[in-house]
Design a protein around this ligand. Structure first.
Ligand SMILES: *Cc1c(COP(=O)(O)O)cnc(C)c1O
Length: 415
């Protein structure tokens, strides 16, 4: 028997280790569509509890929108359940081409290629367009899927300190001998909710003859006046060479991702990107749903405007109530607690108050920077946010951390 008792014991011990370190992840089962009001079983199998969801990437509240669901139904009726093929064999329908065209228009680029997920887009794009003659210079806080994609690529791998433009400039100077310099960043960083300095990055790219890559997964759909993303927000539409993003967050929340940008780069991905060539096509149901999402958000900015108002209310309410948040412009609002255990206790008490939000600590965030990451949605109504705010302040009061400085909180609970 290959899976011997010894091997089993080894895994059991590794899993125990994770539990002892407090980093063992447990699933919670949501027994409802994704929305602001959800029913949750936590732990799984226990009694269901009604809670307000403050931690979904459902920024525009489209994950269960009736029009999106209806469009998906129509997709199912007209184009079937699955394609049983990768794109280039027999997995491309008219609607896949239509979605790529609509994404191109929405993002303001030259062309777009769909991937099964944004993780796959990031896994495929670097290897498809770069070689050992080139260098990738990435922000040190980029998403895990970018790091994996860079590992699969033969170009030299380098990085700059998070959002440090002087450091990026030094790295660009250092690599002037390379054929291509590709600057790589997230548009909105998921743990801190800050935006990459896209105007400065584009300026440096022009000065040092570099290309720019942005993964806009946490921004597409709501950042910028019409929700196109960070390039719209910073006035650099048309100047980003490669944008990757997901359909799994603001844009309906199902699954799927894309590479959008320069025509030839997209074509190289069609020829060479391995997750595109060797993984199944995005299901027709999702394609129709995503087309409806783009339709809704291209016609009106109502949802991103509502999200902006909700975010403003939330940031202001927490700050005035005396909690410490990370400043920023996104719908990602981290409530800083610094101590790992406090972040877990705080989240547990919130859950008892009917609020669902998750505490993060090392190694997900740096040591001493434990937090509860809250995320706003256009599906939140004022009554949701008022109830959630009351709960945050009630629990904050319980732990006596309201209107305290960072140092005072750390003095009480450690970091
Ligand atoms: C969520 C996320 C991804 C992964 O997207 P999927 O489509 O779920 O694979 C990739 N990059 C960033 C920056 C993300 O936030």
């Amino acid at each position: 028997m290959a899976f011997s008792d010894e091997i089993r014991t080894m895994y059991v011990n590794q899993l125990e280790d994770l539990k002892n370190q407090g980093i063992f992840k447990e699933e919670r089962a949501i027994c409802a569509p994704q929305d602001s009001d959800i029913e949750v079983e936590f732990p799984i199998g226990s009694e269901k509890k009604k809670v307000i969801n403050m931690c979904a990437n459902n920024y525009l509240g489209l994950s269960s929108h009736p029009d999106v669901v209806e469009a998906a139904h129509e997709g199912l009726d007209h184009r079937g359940y699955g394609m049983s093929s990768v794109r280039f064999i027999c997995g491309t329908q008219d609607i896949h081409k239509e979605l790529e065209k609509k994404l191109t228009e929405f993002l303001g680029t030259e062309d777009t290629i769909l991937f099964p997920s944004c993780m796959d887009a990031n896994a495929g794009v670097f290897e498809a367009v770069l070689s050992e003659k080139d260098v990738m210079i990435a922000d040190r806080l980029v998403h895990a899927s970018i790091i994996d994609g860079m590992r699969l690529c033969k170009a030299q791998n380098d990085s700059y300190k998070h959002s440090d433009m002087n450091h990026l400039e030094q790295k660009l100077q250092l690599h002037q001998d390379k054929r291509i310099r590709l600057i790589i960043t997230d548009g909105a960083f998921s743990m801190d909710g800050d935006l990459a300095k896209m105007d400065k990055i584009v300026e440096l790219a022009e000065k040092y003859n570099a290309m720019v890559f942005v993964d806009d997964s946490h921004a597409s759909g709501y950042i910028g006046k019409t929700g196109r993303g960070v390039h719209e927000h910073f006035g650099v539409v048309g100047k980003i060479d490669i944008i990757t993003t997901t359909l799994g967050k603001a844009l309906g929340g199902a699954s799927g991702g894309c590479v959008s940008g320069r025509r030839e780069i997209v074509e190289m991905c069609r020829q060479k990107a391995r997750p595109y060539l060797f993984s199944n096509t995005v299901a027709p149901v999702i394609v129709e749903g995503a087309l409806k999402v783009l339709d809704i958000i291209s016609k009106s900015t109502e949802r991103r405007d509502k999200l902006e108002k909700n975010t403003e209310f939330w940031r202001k309410g927490l700050t005035e109530g005396g909690l410490i948040i990370k400043e920023g412009e996104t719908a990602i609002v981290p409530v800083m607690l610094f101590n790992a255990k406090l972040s877990q206790d705080f989240a547990k008490d919130l859950y008892d108050e009917g609020i669902y939000a998750v505490g993060f600590f090392f190694p997900v965030v740096p040591k001493g920077q434990a937090r509860i990451r809250t995320q706003l949605s256009a599906a939140h109504e004022m009554h949701h946010l008022e109830k959630a705010l009351d709960a945050f302040l009630k629990v904050g009061k319980k732990y006596n951390i309201l209107h305290k400085t960072k140092n005072e909180v750390i003095e009480m609970y450690g970091s």
